[in-house]
Design a protein around this ligand. Structure first.
Ligand SMILES: Cc1ncc(COP(=O)(O)O)c(C=O)c1O
Length: 469
């Protein structure tokens, strides 16, 4: 039996899947924001031995609809305000389907010049949106974690190369608000764990240049070798942005690299308010940005831009005999030379489709809307007699908790946790928690474009009811 399907069958099955997804997306508001199964129940519903004989796709779709799809957190749901939600637009989803349908190999120009040029193009868009200097380049990645890792490896290679004496002496500097992926990137890149300096953030949750400077001086006098500052534009906890111009000047003075994790906040640069909150990004050496967050592209899609992309190529380029036919010179790019992946699928297609179908004006308006909704939430919390703001609204994120005068910190933490359970128990909303200076906090991330001002008002009312109930 051939695995080939005739054209009419492919079209029929493709339409079936497209109908299914369209129905799902159009009915999100009527669905619970999240449903989770315990492992034993999930096994009972889902786990099967691999079938020796095939089954019709229609039957498979039915199985998935009944047994698998209901049990997930619906990140594109208007009430999903937890973590950092993925809320892709439909044209961007279509871009992903096209990339899978054509199965482009996005590692080498010689087998994928058109799609590779699309990746060059969207990276150039990103560069322009962020105001980074000409010549900045990079690649699309699976997400922000990989982008951060590529950045640290490139910097490590540029400074330490293969010097076995230098590697154990490298140090990096981040705030206590840095995303865990930055810390893990340093670990994976071989920076000794004891040399990852986590410095206390200031009252605005930002890395303090003076503390970085002191730590660098202390490390140098201890015979260590400062490698890079790992700063953030839009922290996961509170949306704070580190003082990047000042850190840039410090990094240049010290002759070290400034990498910025803009995985969450970076695309806010498309909007006027976002640009103001991010400030000047032009002095960074590298920056991570996640299109699968605030550029409304489906998972997985991150990116890394590096002021001197030759650093990436120097760290990753390798040319085995069986790939010599594909080596390039001149302006052509093999993205496999710039990162850890050889076989890469074409993530640029979904970025290009999403951005081109809507245009940057519409996307900027949506980003502005996310920033506004977090500010609205902060305003409502500020007016509430039973809630307390723990961090100001920044880049779409607001943190708050119950206000209960006279309660001990432990009682407040327990009350916060109970409020979370009540809010998420409604199934209309899904929010998450974090800890801010040791205090349990409710946290909402408002960048999903389906969420309305009314949703925010209902959520805060729900939180007040949860605290009072
Ligand atoms: C600031 C920041 N950096 C990095 C990451 C990691 O990105 P990813 O999950 O795409 O690997 C996240 C994820 O939320 C983030 O918020």
């Amino acid at each position: 039996m051939s695995l080939e399907l005739d054209q009419a069958t492919m079209q029929r099955l493709g339409h079936l899947v497209a109908d299914h997804v369209a129905r799902h997306l159009a009915s999100l508001r009527d669905q619970p924001a999240s449903r989770v199964l315990a492992r034993a129940d999930a096994e009972r519903l889902v786990a099967t031995p691999p079938p020796a004989a095939g089954q019709p796709v229609e039957a498979l779709l039915e199985t998935l609809t009944e047994r698998v799809f209901p049990y997930h957190a619906r990140e594109p749901h208007p009430g999903f305000l937890g973590y950092v939600q993925g809320c892709p637009t439909f044209p961007a989803i279509l871009g992903d389907w096209l990339a899978a349908g054509y199965n482009f190999f996005a590692g080498a120009w010689g087998v994928s010049s058109g799609p590779t040029m699309l990746e060059v193009t969207v990276l150039e868009w990103f560069r322009q949106w962020l105001g980074l200097p000409g010549g900045t380049g990079g690649l699309l990645t699976s997400g922000g974690s990989t982008a951060n890792l590529m950045a640290v490896i490139a910097a490590r290679h540029a400074v330490a190369g293969d010097d076995p004496a230098l590697l154990p002496r490298l140090t990096v500097y981040a705030s206590d608000q840095a995303h865990s992926s930055l810390i893990r990137a340093a670990w994976i890149a071989g920076i000794p764990r004891a040399n990852v300096r986590i410095l206390p953030s200031d009252a605005e949750w930002r890395l303090q240049p003076a503390l970085v400077e002191q730590a660098i001086a202390a490390d140098r006098s201890a015979g260590l070798h400062p490698l890079m500052v790992l700063a953030t534009a839009g922290t996961t906890n509170t949306g704070a942005t580190d003082p990047l111009p000042e850190l840039g000047r410090l990094a240049r003075r010290e002759g070290i690299t400034l990498h910025v994790d803009g995985a969450y906040g970076g695309f806010a640069a498309l909007s006027a308010t976002g640009r103001t909150q991010l400030g000047d990004l032009s002095g960074v050496d590298s920056i991570s940005l996640d299109p699968h967050k605030w550029l409304y592209v489906p998972f997985e899609c991150g990116s890394l831009l590096v002021r001197d992309p030759k650093r990436l190529r120097a760290a990753f380029h390798i040319l085995p005999d069986y790939l010599r036919d594909l080596d390039v010179a001149g302006g052509e790019v093999n993205f496999a030379d710039y990162g850890e992946q050889l076989t890469r699928y074409n993530r640029a297609l979904k970025v290009w489709m999403g951005v081109s179908a809507w245009g940057t004006d519409a996307l900027a308006r949506e980003i502005e809307g996310g920033i506004h909704r977090a500010e609205l939430a902060a305003e409502l919390v500020g007016r509430s007699p039973v809630l307390e703001l723990l961090s100001p609204a920044r880049l779409g994120i607001t943190c708050f908790r119950p206000r209960r005068p006279g309660a001990t910190p432990e009682e407040l933490d327990a009350l916060t946790q109970r409020a979370l359970e009540r809010i998420n128990g409604t199934a209309n909303f899904f929010i998450s928690t974090t800890r801010l200076r040791g205090r349990q906090s409710l946290r909402i991330c408002c960048c999903g474009w389906r969420t309305t001002d009314d949703d925010i008002a209902r959520l805060i009312a729900e939180a007040e009811a949860a605290v009072q109930g």
